[in-house]
Design a protein around this ligand. Structure first.
Ligand code: GLP
Length: 242
């Protein structure tokens, strides 16, 4: 596991942008796994700048997002579809048909999960997967206790995740209680994983990934099993790492 220590959020976003662009440029038809949440916002802003400056084109890139809330339509401002479109996709030359997210409002969610797995497979798998980190150690929406073998599935969100994500909603009661998420097994199949971590509130979860035991009670500790992981973390997030 390669840990890159940076000063703060801005430096984390900058480093992530440099690293991911260099990886994308080394691949003719890259498949990039994307994440949502507050953590990658600065990274997406820099990616847009790099595109505007002509440093990167997304013409040959395919993207797969990790997750989506159940029950929210694409155009719902709280959906991850909406987040991705507004924060990244509409600003760059990524082809619409190459940008994928699970459909949280699909009529048959089980079929949707299978469809999503097949789509990833058909694209040849994810080359680089971007990840954030939940304060309880969740990755994507894989909450503590999720099997390391899990595939794309519908999950219940824990009270702590609902609480953490309620900041994006008007009322806590508006936060969906379920999500469609790529499984831990699906995520581990990516060739390479880049995790971004910023802030004191992630320091315990991050210390567990780096120094703790591998356990399903703390999903992100599974990264210790992957052969190619880079964690870009700021000083506040690294505070509890030995
Ligand atoms: C959300 C997302 C995750 C994200 C995590 C951390 O619930 N499903 O993919 O990594 O929480 O979010 P944030 O970056 O806002 O702290």
């Amino acid at each position: 596991m390669n840990v890159v220590k940076v000063k703060n959020y801005d430096e984390m976003s900058e480093k992530a942008c440099e690293l991911i662009i260099s990886k994308l440029k080394g691949n003719e038809k890259p498949v990039l796994g994307l994440a949502t949440g507050s953590t990658p916002e600065g990274f997406y802003d820099r990616l847009i700048e790099a595109y505007e400056q002509g440093n990167i084109t997304f013409e040959n890139i395919t993207t797969f997002n990790l997750d989506e809330y159940v029950g929210l339509a694409k155009d719902d401002p709280q959906s991850y579809h909406y987040y991705m479109y507004n924060r990244l996709f509409k600003h760059i030359d990524l082809k619409e048909e190459n940008a994928h997210l699970p459909k949280g409002d699909a009529e048959n969610l089980k079929e949707e999960c299978e469809r999503y797995e097949q789509l990833i497979k058909a694209a040849g798998g994810v080359d680089i997967q971007l990840l954030g980190l939940g304060t309880n150690g969740h990755i994507a929406f894989n909450e503590p206790g999720t099997s390391f073998e899990s595939r794309t599935q519908v999950v219940n969100l824990t009270e702590s995740t609902i609480e953490a994500n309620s900041r994006f909603f008007e009322n806590k009661d508006d936060v969906p209680t379920e999500a469609v998420t790529m499984g831990i097994g699906s995520i581990l199949e990516s060739d390479e994983i880049v995790m971004l971590v910023s802030g004191e509130n992630k320091s315990e979860a991050l210390a567990q990934i780096i120094n703790g035991e591998i356990t399903e009670d703390n999903p992100a500790t599974v990264l210790q099993k992957h052969k190619n992981v880079t964690i870009i973390a700021d000083e506040a997030a690294l505070r509890k790492v030995k």
